[in-house]
Structure formats: C-alpha cells, structure tokens
Write a protein that binds this ligand. Structure first.
Ligand SMILES: Nc1nc2c(ncn2[C@@H]2O[C@H](COP(=O)(O)OP(=O)(O)OP(=O)(O)O)[C@@H](O)[C@H]2O)c(=O)[nH]1
Ligand SMILES: C[C@H](OP(=O)(O)O)C(=O)O
Length: 215
C-alpha cells in the first residue's frame, strides 16, 4: 500500500520551541521522519513523502531508496486531499512525527479492516489513516479524530480504529520527549541523547532534563 507521510520542511515543531532552537527542531524533525520512513520501508509498503517544499540534503538522507517525494505547499488537509482525490488504490497517511512507530505498527495499521481506518493521537488528533473509500476526505487539526469518524460515516464508509500507543504518541510538546527517551530506539531517540537530554525523576514524576540545564 502507498503510505503517504506528510512533512513540514520549514519551521517544523514550533510547539517545541521552548526546548529546542529552530535549527535543532529542523534536525529533530528529520530524525523522526527517518524513523517513520525506516519502519514503513521495512514492511515493504511504499512511502511517499508529502513535503511542503523541496527536501534539503538532511531530509533526503532520511529517504529509503524506493521513496517518492511529492512537493505541495498547500495546507496539510488540502495537500492530503489532493492525493486522495487522484488515488486509484487504498492509501495510508502516517504522520512524520511518530518516532515510536515500528514495522509491526505499520503492519497492524494497514491490516486493519474498514473503508476508513483511523489511529487517534493523544488529544484528539489523527496520527494515521487508511483510506479505502474514494469519497472520504480529511480535515486535520482540532479534534480531527472525531471529525474523521463523522466524515467516514457521512460518506457511508465502514470504520476501523487502531488503538496503538506507538501510533498515538506524536511528538508535539516538550513533555512528549519523555516518551521518546523511554520507548524510542531510533534516530530521534539517539539525537535527543546526543543533544544531552535524559530522563529525570522529580518527586516521583518522570520528565526530561538537558545536561547543560542541570549544572
Ligand atoms: N505536507 C504537509 N505536511 C504538514 C503540514 N503541516 C504539518 N505537516 C506534517 O503533518 C504532521 C502533523 O503536523 P504537526 O503536529 O502540526 O507538526 P508541525 O507543523 O511540524 O508542528 P507545530 O509547528 O508544533 O504545529 C507532521 O508530520 C508535519 O510534518 C503542511 O502544511 N503540509
Ligand atoms: C495534524 C493534526 O496534528 P496535531 O496538531 O493534533 O498534532 C491532527 O492530528 O489533526
């Protein structure tokens, strides 16, 4: 199955700006992209990066050999809907900020039955979809998990849901870095460790600290 991976090339992950500089967010976003693409590639499914701009050398380095790249500077939902409108076969849409995703996670997603399969993110978002219905269209942001379920019902599509910790864990906020350090073992986790991040336990609560901040 074609697995479309939307990727914001410029100024990604602004909600991490209290913790990472603009340059660091660029590099970290590319490390997460590499983890997602590696997981897809290991399953034999074909990744297509849906990028907001031409990929630079760092982002291109994350691409497995058989990847396609589509550049579309439209807003996220418009760009994904452009893909869905011309797709002749089922398509999966998997976000690029899911560094805990493993090949088995991708296999579970694409194996789930339903004309529209939704994998919720924490907080009401939609971290992955499988679309087997020609009339279904996306509408991201806000409580998009609920919106996508309603949109599927509106076009008469049957619904599947994938309840997966690894798919639900998108990295949006500084607190999400904790999950990457605990459960990640790919490029994103390695980058965080190299950048000096480590787990901290403060009054029983787990978080992250950066080495330079502890001294
Ligand atoms: N093609 C495309 N992908 C996008 C766009 N905006 C976000 N994405 C990707 O969609 C996924 C979810 O987006 P967000 O969680 O909002 O990521 P983000 O825009 O980098 O982060 P914030 O700036 O913190 O909102 C990530 O894989 C992004 O790289 C867009 O306008 N076009
Ligand atoms: C794309 C968007 O991501 P979030 O902003 O919720 O991380 C969504 O899941 O609808």
């Amino acid at each position: 199955m074609r697995v479309v991976v939307p990727f914001a090339v410029d100024q990604p992950k602004t909600r991490l700006s209290a913790t990472l500089s603009a340059d660091e967010r660029r590099v970290f976003a590319r490390a997460m992209l590499a983890d997602v693409l590696a997981a897809v590639d290991a399953t034999g499914h074909e990744p297509t990066v849906l990028a907001t701009a031409e990929l630079d050398a760092d982002a291109s380095a994350a691409l497995p050999d058989d990847s396609d790249v589509v550049v579309d500077d439209s807003p996220l939902s418009t760009a994904v809907n452009d893909v869905l409108a011309t797709a002749e076969d089922p398509v999966a849409v998997l976000m690029s900020d899911l560094p805990l995703v493993k090949p088995e996670t991708v296999r579970r997603l694409v194996a789930k039955s339903g004309d529209v399969v939704v994998a919720p993110g924490r907080g009401g978002g939609t971290n992955a979809l499988v679309v087997r219905d020609a009339d279904f269209r996306v509408d991201y942001h806000g409580a998009s998990y609920l919106d996508h379920r309603a949109a599927a019902r509106d076009v008469g599509a049957s619904l599947g849901t994938v309840d997966s910790f690894r798919l639900a864990t998108d990295v949006d906020e500084p607190s999400d870095l904790t999950e990457v350090l605990i459960h990640g073992d790919g490029a994103a986790a390695d980058w965080l460790v190299d950048a000096g991040f480590q787990l901290s336990v403060d009054e029983g609560r787990v978080g992250v600290v950066r080495e330079e901040e502890r001294s």
